[in-house]
Design a protein around this ligand. Structure first.
Ligand code: KG4
Ligand code: ZN
Length: 378
């Protein structure tokens, strides 16, 4: 039995989790900083590191308590090395390093993106249904929009062809990525300019259900050179232009900003402050982004002869994205896998799960381990 403590601090969540044998979540604790960054409409890196410093010790302590595991009982300490905000990464990484050194336990460095891929497999281990490989994985969050081809090699070769052991060696090929904004970033920026608060995704998702998603047309970006690349900044700018061309929207935007200041951040409080024009705009924006993500991913899946599609990262919590992938993936004969909503957004259980096969292969970090803002995966 291997008990791994995962530590995640790459962006604005301080998270710690204990996972047994790469598949059983004993605890998963996430300390969100949303309240701190909300008034700025996005993550402020200096504030993020300060909050990580405040939260890291109680978060790890709570994860251990909930798992019923004492520090000496841990077998491995896993930390997110990158990509992410350096000042944020350094807090979790340094704490993990000190813990590993003090306890004399192995330290395993994990790529945050690989964590998001493992969130899907972790979920699959809970439900018992495994994604067939090769798979195409879309990681879509506030910091990333990237498509990978995912293959696994068994460390122990004798097992059913489609079973995936948590110790399997994962390999990745990058198929496409965003050339500008991440999809979640586009959600957050559109929400900010419409006075809908931060993070924008959940509110836009809820409001979009009340608008006409065909009301506003957007132009599909052509990503010359690689059709599997994404681009969202043009769509965000189109929303901005649409709003600027309608000064009558300014008053309702100001009313929503005032509501946010009073702490009324939920979609059901903001919805009465939205005109039909605004609801149609957010519905059309969401339909366009979802359609773009789904069609580029399914085109990549076809080209790479994938058997399944995996979708992970904060935007994977989006209800329209889930519904579209499920319907169109089914039509294309592909199995589609999402983590639960809690495992879709940043968490440390996915870091501990991703560390398990690395640990099994002997990957270890030394005292010189450093945070890498742009750590590549493939
Ligand atoms: O994975 P995550 O927690 O952190 C990053 O690594 O970025 O993702 C956060 C992002 C934010 O941009 C947020 O607006 C977006 O995920 N998000 C959503 C939804 N829930 C969160 N976007 C669209 N629809 C949602 N339901
Ligand atoms: Zn993430």
């Amino acid at each position: 039995m291997t008990r791994i403590l995962g530590i995640e601090s790459s962006c604005d969540e301080t998270a710690a989790a204990v996972v047994r044998d790469g598949r059983e979540i004993l605890s998963s604790v996430v300390a969100s900083q949303v309240d701190v960054h909300h008034k700025y409409g996005g993550v402020v890196p200096e504030l993020a590191s300060r909050e990580h410093l405040r939260s890291i010790v109680p978060t790890v302590r709570e994860a251990l308590e909930r798992a019923g595991v004492a520090l000496p009982d841990l077998d491995v300490i896993a930390v997110t090395q990158g990509p992410g905000l350096v000042g944020s990464l350094l807090v979790g990484l340094t704490y993990g390093k000190v813990l590993a050194a003090t306890l004399g336990k192995p330290l395993v460095p994990v790529n945050h993106i690989e964590g998001h891929v493992h969130a899907v497999f972790l979920e699959a281990h809970q439900t018992g249904k495994q994604p067939r490989r090769p798979a195409v994985c879309l990681i879509v969050s506030g910091g990333h929009t990237v498509l990978y081809g995912v293959q696994t090699e068994p460390v122990v070769p004798i097992k059913p062809a489609y079973d995936c052991a948590p110790s399997d060696h994962f390999t990745y090929v990058r198929i496409g990525q965003t050339r500008d904004d991440a999809a979640g970033e586009a959600y957050d920026k559109v929400a900010k300019l419409l006075g809908l608060g931060y993070p924008g995704g959940p509110v836009v998702d809820a409001l979009a259900a009340h608008g006409n998603d065909r009301a506003v047309a957007f132009t599909t970006p052509v990503t010359k050179g690689n059709p599997h690349d994404f681009s969202f900044s043009g769509t965000k700018t189109a929303v901005l232009r649409y709003v600027r061309a309608r000064p009558e929207l300014n008053q309702e935007i100001a009313a929503r900003e005032a509501a946010l200041k009073r702490g009324e951040r939920k979609a059901d409080r903001l919805r009465p402050l939205c005109s039909a024009t605004t609801l149609d705009l957010v519905a059309s924006f969401q339909r366009f982004v979802v359609e773009d993500l789904v069609s580029r991913t399914l085109a990549a899946a076809e080209e790479y002869a994938a058997r399944s599609v995996l979708v992970s990262g904060g935007v994977a919590a989006n209800s329209a994205l889930r519904a579209a992938f499920e319907a169109r993936g089914y039509d294309a004969g592909l199995d589609v896998f999402f983590p639960s909503r809690a495992l879709s957004t940043d968490n440390a259980a996915m870091i501990a799960a991703a560390a398990y096969p690395l640990w099994a292969r002997g990957v270890r970090a030394g005292h010189d381990l450093n945070a890498e803002a742009n750590l590549p995966l493939a």
